[in-house]
Ligand binder design. Structure first.
Ligand code: FES
Length: 129
């Protein structure tokens, strides 16, 4: 079963870490963060990551649940996430910035690392409901 390791974007803000820090997840691992902010999820094949997080009791941001806003956005740092049809992110955001929507996204690798709560990124603000 694929494992998704997650880190809350708000922690980056608080700690002064950058999204492209190579050792971001190592630092998170050493920082003694709460399970809400950093940890891992076992996600079934084809299951949406947002649903899996909710099933484990986490309260991740969302609004439309249909790929039409940016509330549930996450950044893939390792591995891959396949999305259902979406019309809200540009090709550049998907291909170069590695933005994915967790409400319509499932792991496409055994090990996936994401920074969730990425709706706080400036360039996504205009699509957050
Ligand atoms: S909640 Fe709107 S795209 Fe995921």
């Amino acid at each position: 079963m694929p494992t998704v390791t997650y880190l809350n974007y708000e922690v980056l803000d608080d700690e002064g870490w950058e999204l492209d820090d190579d050792d971001l997840f190592e630092k998170a691992d050493d920082a003694g963060l709460d399970a809400e902010d950093f940890g891992s999820l076992d996600v079934n094949e084809g299951e949406y990551i947002l649903e899996s997080a909710e099933a484990q009791g986490y309260d991740w941001p969302f609004s439309c649940r249909a790929g039409a806003c940016a509330n549930c956005a996450a950044i893939v740092k390792e591995g891959e996430i396949d999305m259902d049809m979406q019309q809200i992110l540009s090709d550049e955001e998907v291909d170069e910035k590695n933005v994915r929507l967790t409400c319509i996204g499932s792991p496409a690798a055994d090990e996936v690392k994401i920074v969730y709560n990425a709706k706080h990124l400036d360039y996504l603000q205009n699509r957050v409901i």
